[in-house]
Design a protein around this ligand. Structure first.
Ligand SMILES: [Zn+2]
Ligand SMILES: [Zn+2]
Ligand SMILES: [Zn+2]
Length: 169
């Protein structure tokens, strides 16, 4: 039987035992790099001085965030619960009983990546749904989405009153 700990375990143990020391060194390295306009992650030169990470590291972070977001959206059905939009770029997670921001503040979940991470960590709890930006905005601003109004209109019109289109022959 192989009882040799794998590399990850060794790293983890090493990290646990030297945590404070490693963190202090990381912070020092970050500060040094930031002060010299270098990427705090990889130390490469930064072209856009507005950022503390280089273009490549920012792209990597962005892609990781997109992957995480897509993963969470798919777990919640992958489509806008109102209109069915399925392009992940237009979609976001909505707290069903409203007050998403209040809820996030209360639970300290934060927004964006932190929020998605929180949902994943808690095994995608109930009470959230996918909405596209349009439907999300309408529900937030008017308490109702034009899509629902339209659906109600369609279902409330009796069959015989429905407009019949006649073709000219
Ligand atoms: Zn970098
Ligand atoms: Zn929608
Ligand atoms: Zn809608």
């Amino acid at each position: 039987m192989n009882i040799a700990p794998d590399r990850q375990d060794i790293n983890r143990t090493y990290y646990r035992e030297h945590r404070d020391h490693i963190r202090a060194r990381q912070i020092m390295l970050h500060n040094e790099r930031r002060d010299s306009d270098l990427c705090i992650k990889c130390g490469a030169a930064i072209l856009d001085k507005e950022f503390i990470q280089c273009e490549r590291c920012r792209e990597a972070i962005r892609q990781r965030h997109q992957r995480l977001k897509a993963e969470v959206i798919i777990q919640y059905g992958g489509r806008c619960a109102c209109c069915g939009e399925s392009d992940v770029h237009f979609l976001a997670i909505d707290h069903i009983n409203g007050g998403g921001n209040v809820h996030r503040k209360q639970t300290g979940i934060g927004t964006g990546a932190y929020f998605y991470k929180w949902l994943r960590k808690h095994k995608y709890p109930k009470g959230y749904r996918v909405l596209c930006f349009n439907c999300n905005f309408s529900l937030g601003a008017y308490g109702m989405c034009p899509h629902q109004e339209l659906k109600q209109l369609i279902t409330s019109v009796p069959e015989h009153e429905a407009i019949q289109y006649e073709h000219r022959s």
